[in-house]
Write a protein that binds this ligand. Structure first.
Ligand code: ME8
Length: 633
């Protein structure tokens, strides 16, 4: 059995965990779950970094001893990971004895190699980064370029690590191992940084008391970054070089945000080289989550309200949104309206409705899951697509392309929706066509079972719910077509993603007042009658959506291109809060084709698409695919 070791950073406990920490931990969780699914023996480490000066200060402010403060804060992380369904194998604390002993052994190894010496240190120090900033990186005021907080001047005798000695070996390692640092942008930043030359780093503090004492000089404590980085081996019990250590080191993936990639891809490997230990295989520095385009900041009150969004949409929707919406290496702007759109479009509409529909038809027409006795049109295509979807996932996961992985799975979900539609399976209940009906329903349900396996690393709760509704008692992870047993009773099926109305999302917003309230009242009244002749003036046509994209500065609007059979047109639709753009492509819709063009946000809208527009907005689509341009009367 192959081994797979994945880590998150150990987070500072100077505050409660936030959505940025959640993002990294969910991403690492997907890897852990994916590799378990593939049969690997996985070790997934997460935990907290407790000996930092910022933790010491937070404890002081809280009127607690540092240890008591850590004991109070560490459980807030554990609680969040439970809530987010994180499947870590260890929650590691750096105040644990195992870590203390391991960190000291590691320091001894560096010392024994002759890479530690005593010297004087002075410089501008950021308590939040726990890092010195060279004069050349600072402009005028001595402010931390990352945290925008005043830097402290620090001067003391320290132990140093000969980082400069490893410059050439590090350069060679990064050049020879193109996948060592991911993504390429981070790798290039590092190469650039390396080329400007590495300086030795101070690795002890004489001025601080909160930390792990130096093994060979108790007047110093180990500099927090050296101590923290060593957690990746101390958590495996490096001290005794136990079986766990033998099995899992070197790590397969160190996952983190781009802020700390440099520590992990330069300092940590150099220390491992000095201790004659193997290097981790990959260091992954993902992009930064922002809120409404701004950096998350406790001081400025810019945060992502995870609690509210999880309460409204559920944990899996939150996980799905983070993984599906953003390209992992890049920054991503968190927007509740987009989470809402993804929930309703991808989860409730595409996946939830498909499951409900298939279970509903099965329950209505069969006692048990029927055997697939009667092959027909589209079946081979469906089966082939199931296989391609499965085959694509390895490559997407290896490239940390969570968004592409989910997109590939959802293409398959939408294909099954179309299969149900194209075969008009609900019309096949007559005795001579019933075997074909049974086959189509078997295939659709088998596709759903496979889908549940494929989504299980991303949205594990949903995966389990789907299999329970199918009637499987134990989670079936087999990714071969045809594994679904027949002669099994399926459940009635509860909606796995009940629609969340815009109203509920906006529940905290004030009630409309004045003119808005009057407008809403007026809308409730019945409309005046129109003559048939007037109605006939409307030219309603079936069109297919070819492309959909957001409109800059307009949260509610999407720019669509539609094909009316004889011509293509652009139009603007106020559906961005309800549909993610890529879920619209390929959908048939009904367009008012003879509406006067109007310019909205600099886009000429040449028509209008019809939608049921109440508390939520649902597009009107023909019941089955029809030729484009067909008139609707
Ligand atoms: O740096 N977007 O801990 P930390 C995405 N203790 N991810 C974010 C984020 C954001 N806006 N903000 C934070 C430390 N993160 C050290 C690590 S490891 C040996 C020691 C995530 O509590 C991201 O993973 O400041 C980032 O690298 C990490 O939280 C920083 O956590």
């Amino acid at each position: 059995m192959s081994a797979f070791y994945v880590t998150t950073p150990i987070y500072y406990v100077n505050g409660e965990p936030h959505a940025g920490n959640a993002y990294t931990t969910i991403a690492a969780d997907v890897l852990a779950r994916y590799h378990r699914l593939k049969g690997a023996e996985v070790f997934f480490l997460t935990g907290v970094d407790e000996h930092a000066a910022n933790v010491y200060n937070a404890a002081k402010e809280d009127g607690l001893s540092p240890q008591a403060y850590c004991d109070k804060m560490a459980p807030t992380f554990i609680k969040l990971w439970e809530r987010l369904n994180i499947s870590h194998d260890i929650f590691f604390r750096t105040t644990s004895d195992m870590h203390k002993r391991g960190a000291q052994k590691f320091l001894n190894a560096l010392y024994a190699n002759g890479d530690v010496y005593k010297g004087m240190y002075e410089g501008h120090y950021c308590l939040s980064c726990e890092e010195f900033f060279p004069e050349k990186e600072l402009t005028g005021e001595k402010i931390c370029p990352i945290h925008q907080l005043p830097l402290q001047w620090l001067e003391e005798e320290n132990y140093f690590f000969r980082l400069s000695k490893y410059q050439d070996r590090l350069l060679a390692h990064i050049h020879e191992n193109p996948d060592f640092v991911y993504p390429a942008a981070r790798r290039n930043e590092l190469l650039h940084f390396l080329e400007s030359g590495l300086q030795d780093v101070s690795i002890s503090r004489a001025s601080l008391s909160w930390g792990i004492p130096f093994p060979f000089d108790a007047a110093h404590i180990i500099y927090i970054w050296i101590e923290a980085l060593s957690n990746y081996i101390t958590a495996l019990d490096y001290e005794t070089e136990s079986e766990r250590y033998q099995t899992f080191w070197p790590a397969d993936v160190h996952m983190m945000g781009k802020d700390i990639t440099r520590f992990h891809a330069l300092l940590w490997p150099a220390m491992l080289m000095a201790a004659n230990l193997p290097l981790p295989k990959q260091v992954v520095g993902h992009g930064w989550l922002t809120k409404d385009g701004e950096a998350l900041s406790k001081t400025r009150g810019i945060f992502i309200d995870m609690d509210a969004d999880i309460a409204t949409y559920g944990v899996d929707a939150f996980r799905y949104y983070l993984l599906r919406e953003f390209s992992f290496g890049n920054d991503g702007d968190y927007r509740p309206t987009r989470l809402h759109a993804r929930y309703n479009a991808d989860l409730a509409n595409d996946l939830g409705n498909l499951l409900n529909r298939v279970l509903g038809l099965l329950n209505k027409n069969f006692e048990q899951i029927p055997a697939p006795t009667t092959p027909g049109e589209f079946d081979d295509e469906i089966r082939a697509m199931a296989q391609t979807t499965i085959d694509q996932l390895d490559a997407h996961i290896a490239a940390f392309a969570y968004d592409s992985a989910l997109e590939a799975i959802w293409k398959f979900v939408r294909r099954i929706n179309r299969y149900v539609q194209q075969t008009q399976v609900w019309t096949l209940a007559k005795p001579d066509t019933k075997p074909r009906m049974g086959t189509i329903l078997y295939n659709s349900l088998e596709a759903l079972r496979l889908i549940s396996v494929l989504i299980s690393p991303f949205i594990p709760d949903t995966a389990e719910k789907i299999q329970k509704q199918i009637g499987l008692e134990e989670f079936d992870t087999v990714t071969e077509w045809g594994h679904l047993p027949t002669d099994m009773t399926v459940s009635r099926g509860e909606p796995i993603f009940p629609r969340v109305e815009t109203q509920k999302r906006k529940r905290k917003q004030a009630k409309p007042k004045g003119a808005d309230a009057l407008k809403q009242k007026a809308e409730k009244k019945t409309s005046p009658l129109v003559s048939f002749a007037d109605f006939q003036k409307l030219d309603l046509r079936v069109a297919r959506i070819l492309s959909a994209e957001p409109i800059q500065g307009a949260d509610r609007l999407l720019k669509l291109q539609v094909d009316l059979g004889t011509e293509k047109r652009h139009l603007v639709a106020g559906i961005a809060e309800h549909y993610a753009p890529d879920t619209l492509i390929g959908k048939q819709v009904i367009v008012v084709a003879n509406l006067e063009p109007a310019t909205i946000r600099n886009v000429e809208s040449q028509g209008m698409i019809l939608a049921a527009s109440g508390e939520s907005v649902v597009l009107a689509t023909p019941e089955a695919d029809v030729p484009l341009g067909t008139q609707v009367r």
